[in-house]
Design a protein. Structure first.
Lengths: 1111, 154
């Protein structure tokens, strides 16, 4: 038996129409007649009132065909026969969503009802103007009683629905004597779809037996029914639906959803499923999608076995990585099928890239500035412009995404009857309610604006400025006689504070018209009524820049005082929010404040419209006031819920896509233009991980703190309190991370640092302080010991004099270890006055200490197993004379520079020798060597910077750290070399002016060859800044989240960067930092941050901690 | 101001060779292996006045990864009768073990080995039987050494 019969037997269909004879009047008395009349009507119109029945009966009872006439009349004008409480709306509702339960309130009429149902169907036919065949498919049924022989293939059978809540479709035969007997029922998967539709107006079925090889049917056997489906004009409403209807239908959907029992499918979805089965949905994609939906739902059957609540909890509204990915992919705008001509802005001093010009056109289009699209584009003739204008006006509305187009089957005309006046090729079905329409329902576009979601670095700022300068005021605005509060010339731009100055300078760079001004509305200049400045003023500023913080604090003030002040006192021409994902949390104060700003056009700029949940997007739609999606219950019903519960995923996905498509423009760096070139080609990027070794002091303190931390952890593990004491464990981790950077960070008051790590804000407690005190003590002890072992001052002086005498000009000094000449900058001199390269001698020290430790470790081993190991001695000997030497007792030489800045090199803590130095007019001077003065990281950074200074004088470098206090230490260290470096620092403590000044100075080139260094705290400067003047970056410490680091790297690796970018990440070998790297890798692999709820996330954190301390 | 992250090895690898070329030691040659610059073929002429006079002794010399922090590894390839050199050619010499210092050069090591041939030290033996013979019957030992030199080191 084939699943589907490809062709339809038309003759049988038409035969069926004459199949049943006219109903006979039952009963002889008028009462009997009324009973029959009433039950007939009630079968058809479930909630018809007896009042209505009575009046209908009264009017038609003595006419020959009373019932058909009554039905006709009732359908034509129901209100006429309704008295009092029945509104038309309710009637309509009930006719489209007839309540299954109420139809069969009366149990005893079951057999009759079936018959009546057939009758009424028949009768309904008379009211139908036309009907159209839409398709055929086979339905598998199972036999409910023994049927022997005589099964005529193509025999018509009757379908009826059971009265109970069970979703049965009965298949009945009519025997010769006109009696009806059930022979079988639909399998449930079919019944689910067909049952609700049996009662529906506008859909008709004709069923016949498929030929069966076996002439006998036993109970439980399966057989097939060929089901022909027809659509009649009753399916279609009389008028196209508007937005109101949409909302109503949404509400009704919600209503029926909640009242119906689970097993019965709603009519709407049933109709949609039927159409899907018939492959009516027009384009092939749709079909694929429809199939996908089915397969998706099937595969999730297993999931359904879990309780729904549980799944809800698991999902928590957070998208999985894959969902997010495909969502992003689907929002990517395809460059090839662009329809708009490029535009070139007026008064614009910067050159726009082609895709930016397209972006400008799109933005103008979204603002319905059709005259401006194609601005200054010589390739577009005026005629073409007119054409575009027409097209644009047409497509300005968006297709209501709840509706899908259905194609009429073209090969079915023979079986259509009635006069089919509908010549359209397709009709539209509401996927949720099942309503149908001949016309494409449109959502009118009332939103001026949208989301520009180009990937970071593609120049959203530039494109937006081009828009502002091309269309700087509301031309359609006619000034009313009365003063109003519409700032029709002013665009408000809300940006994160760090970007304030960048926007200002970009505006200054781009603006080619001196009448256009940019004001910064921030800090002291806020408050008051802006309407004087903006509304009446002919020289009103074109752009007002402000920050999220300003908006929020003004909003807060307004809720207190009730007066509309400042930004809220006027309606702006346009509002643009930069880094728009800042308002993703719909209940955050800032978000609410932004939502209550008013303007006639609104734009969101963001590289990440969805950060981790779909509701992130919702908040943006609310800002844009995109109706009806900005209503939360609609958004929840159609987007959030399906995604949360994982049902109808593809439909919801397609819907989301069609909501976003018109309002979002997103291009990525990987996209290619129509010539196949990348939109943006960036220079290469190299990221190097440089592993550094702890020096001894760091090692000691690190292992102390590590032991401590492991101790705390294991105790908590045993007690099962890891999560409870999570913050204290984190604090220990923080300490370890600090030691990796600089020992002095340990000594800083803890509160200073905790501000830098969000997770730790509330984690101060005594235990930690004790631990800190303890480590400070260890540090002090170490230093004391160091002090003890140092050379005495007299000894130092004596040695210096000797050295000055024996090496008068420091030429020709050779390092006996590497046998190369020694440079003054890298020379160390031992107590026994032998010179070595610093590196060579340090290697010697390290090798010796390694040897000692390995011998200590293998004390118990038999010596013969280590034949190569030299004699055990704690001391390190001079390679030349075997005199005992010590790291703390070395001297170093420095080149004396006869520039003014040479003395700035003097370490603050050893000023006592400078006077002596002056007496010797040599080209070098000597200092005691301080092996642990700087942290290993600072040392490494210095040597890199020195290399850059030699190789690329005048270069610009940025240095990132998470710890501003560490940056302070780095700054102090670097400031000792002011003749080589210019140093700037950018962190959260700067105010706007200071930030601007720092950035300005950093961006100026030097001529004296000094390299310019910008120290940036990862948190304050990780996003938004454009620092392409630098091509080298150093990340001093790893962040938990890899993406944060990449964001930081993108400060220099972005549009405008001409050189290849080199990034060095410092990692302390064998420390927690290496573990952090591991965790980063893990995160990258799993994409897990996105797919878990808090509980799971916490569990993962515990696992991460285990990784951190794993041996 | 700078701590160069500089490994001594990179600068010293070729130095032993250049030192030899610029300042050759009479009676000693060292040629690096073609495909491994850390590996040298060394010959030492038996010092005059010693039982090894007239012999040409082949040695192999290898610079380990940690050189110059660690001493080079040297071994006689030619059979030799010497109290401080065992049958496998291993050499008992303080500067090759405990007294190694990174300031020592390959050149100094080879000179020390040459000196060891001139003055065997049976009090710090490696080949015990040879050392015994050397102590008890020096004439005989020297004779054997001379014979071995003639037999193996030509």
């Amino acid at each position: 038996m084939p699943d589907k019969r490809p062709f339809f037997d038309h003759s049988s269909a038409s035969r069926q129409l004459e199949h049943k004879s006219e109903p006979q009047k039952k009963g002889s008395t008028e009462d009997d007649f009324f009973d029959w009349f009433q039950s007939e009507l009630k079968t058809m119109f479930s909630d018809i009132t007896s009042q209505t029945v009575k009046s209908l009966f009264h009017e038609f009872h003595n006419k020959p065909e009373a019932l058909p006439l009554a039905i006709n009349a009732f359908l034509d004008d129901p209100q006429k026969y309704q008295h009092g409480d029945y509104s038309r709306k309710k009637e309509l509702l009930s006719s489209t969503h007839s309540n299954d339960n109420s139809i069969y309130k009366v149990d005893h009429i079951s057999e009759k009802a079936l018959e009546y149902d057939l009758h009424s169907k028949k009768r309904r036919r008379q009211l139908v103007n036309w009907r159209r065949y839409v398709g055929t498919f086979d339905v598998e049924c199972w036999c409910t009683r023994y049927v022997a022989g005589l099964l005529d293939p193509n025999e018509k059978v009757l379908l009826s629905k059971s009265q109970s809540k069970d979703n049965f479709v009965h298949v009945s035969r009519v025997d010769m004597s006109g009696n009806k007997r059930e022979i079988g029922r639909f399998l449930e998967r079919h019944a689910k779809i067909i049952a609700p539709l049996l009662e529906r107006h506008g859909i008709e079925f004709s069923a016949s037996l498929s030929p069966i090889s076996n002439q006998k049917l036993r109970t439980g056997d399966s057989f097939y029914i060929t089901l022909d489906c027809f659509v009649t004009d009753q399916l279609f409403g009389t008028r196209p639906l508007d937005d109101k209807d949409l909302e109503n239908s949404l509400k009704s959907v919600q209503h029926t959803k909640s009242t119906n029992s689970h097993c019965v499918m709603d009519e709407g979805p049933a109709l949609v499923s039927l159409f899907k089965k018939l492959h009516l949905f027009s384009d092939s994609n749709q079909n694929e999608e429809a199939r996908e939906v089915i397969s998706l739902e099937d595969s999730e059957e297993d999931n359904n076995k879990k309780s729904r609540d549980q799944r809800l909890e698991e999902n928590d509204g957070v998208l999985t990585m894959n969902q997010l990915k495909s969502l992003y992919q689907s929002t990517e705008s395809n460059v090839e099928d662009k329809i708009l001509p490029d535009s070139v802005p007026n008064d614009f001093l910067l050159e726009l890239r082609p895709y930016q010009r397209y972006g400008l056109s799109w933005m103008l289009f979204r603002e319905q500035e059709y005259d401006l699209v194609g601005l200054n584009n010589p390739q577009v003739t005026d005629e073409e412009k007119e054409d575009f204008k027409k097209v644009m006006t047409e497509i300005s509305g968006t297709k209501n995404p709840l509706w899908k187009e259905c194609k009429w089957p073209t090969w079915s005309s023979a079986s259509n009857d009635g006069i089919c006046e509908q010549s359209e090729e397709s009709f539209y079905v509401n996927l949720y309610t099942g309503s149908c329409s001949h016309y494409c329902p449109m959502i009118q576009n009332h939103t001026y604006g949208g989301i520009l979601a180009d990937e970071m670095g593609l120049g959203k700022t530039i494109t937006t400025l081009a828009l502002i300068l091309s269309c700087h005021e509301d031309k359609s605005y006619i000034r009313p006689c009365r003063r109003d509060r519409y700032a029709h010339k002013t665009t408000l731009i809300v940006v994160p504070m760090a970007l304030l100055s960048q926007w200002e300078s970009e505006f200054a760079k781009a603006n080619g018209n001196t009448h256009r001004k940019c004001y910064i509305y921030y800090g002291a200049e806020t408050l008051g009524d802006l309407s004087l400045l903006l509304c009446e003023n002919p020289t009103a500023p074109t752009v007002i820049l402000t920050t999220y913080g300003t908006v929020q604090s003004e909003a807060a003030r307004i809720t207190k005082t009730g007066n509309k002040i400042g930004l809220f006192s006027v309606t702006f021409f346009r509002i643009i929010i930069d880094e728009g994902h800042n308002i993703r949390n719909k209940s955050a104060k800032t978000t609410k404040a932004i939502h209550s700003l008013s303007s006639s056009r609104k734009w969101v700029l963001t590289g990440t419209p969805i950060v981790n949940r779909l509701d992130d997007l919702y908040s943006l739609l609310v800002f844009l006031d995109l109706q009806p999606w900005a209503k939360y219950y609609i958004w929840r019903r159609f987007i959030t819920e399906p995604f949360d519960q994982g049902r109808d995923l593809n439909d919801a996905f397609a819907l989301l896509k069609s909501i976003l498509d018109p309002i979002i423009l997103r291009r990525t760096k990987d996209q290619k233009d129509k010539d196949g070139n990348l939109l943006v080609s960036l220079p290469s990027r190299e990221i190097i991980i440089e592993r550094l070794k702890f020096n001894e002091k760091e090692e000691i303190l690190y292992s102390h703190l590590k032991a401590k931390a492991i101790n705390v952890l294991t105790e908590n593990m045993k007690a099962g309190l890891v999560l409870k004491n999570y913050s204290s464990i984190l604090t220990h981790l923080l300490r370890l991370r600090q030691v990796c950077c600089h020992l002095d960070l340990i000594r800083l008051p803890f509160t200073d640092i905790s501000n830098e790590d969000e997770d730790l804000k509330d984690s101060l407690n005594l235990m930690i302080d004790q631990a800190t005190e303890e480590s400070c003590r260890i540090l002090q002890d170490l230093e004391k010991e160091e002090e003890k072992s140092k050379l005495s001052l007299e000894k130092q002086l004596a040695m210096k004099n000797e050295i000055y005498q024996s090496f008068p000009d420091f030429d020709d000094v050779e390092c006996t270890i590497c046998t190369g000449p020694i440079e003054i900058e890298t020379c160390v001199i031992t107590e026994c006055k032998h010179c070595f390269c610093l590196g060579c001698l340090m290697e010697h020290f390290n090798f010796q200490s390694r040897l000692h430790s390995s011998i200590n470790a293998s004390n118990n081993l038999i010596v013969s197993q280590l034949p190569e190991v030299p004699a055990i001695s704690k001391e390190v000997l001079c390679p030349v004379c075997r005199h005992s030497i010590h790291k703390n007792r070395l001297l170093r030489t420095f080149k004396r520079e006869f520039k003014g800045c040479s003395f700035s090199k003097t370490d603050n803590n050893e000023p006592y020798l400078t006077q002596m130095e002056h007496m010797h007019e040599r080209d070098y001077y000597i200092r005691p060597f301080n092996p642990y003065g700087k942290s290993s990281k600072i040392n490494a950074l210095l040597s890199h910077l020195q290399q850059i200074y030699e190789d690329n004088p005048g270069d610009h470098v940025i240095v990132f750290s998470q710890f501003t206090s560490f940056l302070d230490l780095v700054e102090r260290e670097l400031k000792k070399y002011t003749c080589n470096f210019r140093i700037f620092k950018f962190d959260g403590r700067l105010n706007v002016d200071q930030r601007q000044r720092v950035l300005n100075e950093f961006n100026t080139k030097t001529t004296d060859g000094r390299i310019t260094i910008l120290l940036i705290s990862l948190k304050a400067g990780g996003v938004g800044l454009n620092l392409t003047i630098a091509s080298k970056a150093f990340l001093l410490d790893p962040h938990w989240n890899n993406a944060t680091e990449f964001q930081a790297i993108d400060r220099i690796h972005r549009v405008g960067q001409s050189k290849s970018v080199k990034v060095v990440r410092f990692i302390m070998e064998g420390s927690i930092e290496e573990r952090i790297l591991k965790i980063q890798e893990r995160k990258n692999q799993l994409g897990e941050a996105l797919s878990m709820n808090d509980e799971e996330r916490r569990k993962k954190k515990v696992e991460e901690i285990k990784i951190l301390f794993a041996e | 101001m700078r701590n160069p992250p500089r490994t001594p090895m990179t600068t010293t690898l070729n130095r032993p060779l250049t030192v030899f070329l610029s300042d050759p030691v009479p009676g000693i040659t060292a040629v690096p292996h073609e495909d491994n610059l850390r590996y040298f073929n060394v010959t030492i002429d038996g010092p005059s006045g010693s039982p090894y006079e007239g012999g040409k002794f082949k040695l192999e010399l290898f610079l380990p990864d940690d050189y110059p922090m660690l001493a080079p590894k040297v071994r006689f390839l030619t059979k030799i009768y010497h109290p401080n050199i065992d049958r496998l050619g291993r050499i008992c010499l303080d500067v090759l073990k405990a007294n190694w210092s990174p300031a020592l050069q390959v050149r100094t090591i080879l000179l020390s080995i040459q000196a060891l041939l001139s003055s065997p030290n049976p009090d710090d033996p490696l080949a015990n039987e040879v050392a015994e013979e050397w102590k008890n019957n020096e004439q005989n030992a020297i004779k054997t050494a001379r014979e071995w030199t003639e037999r193996f080191a030509q």
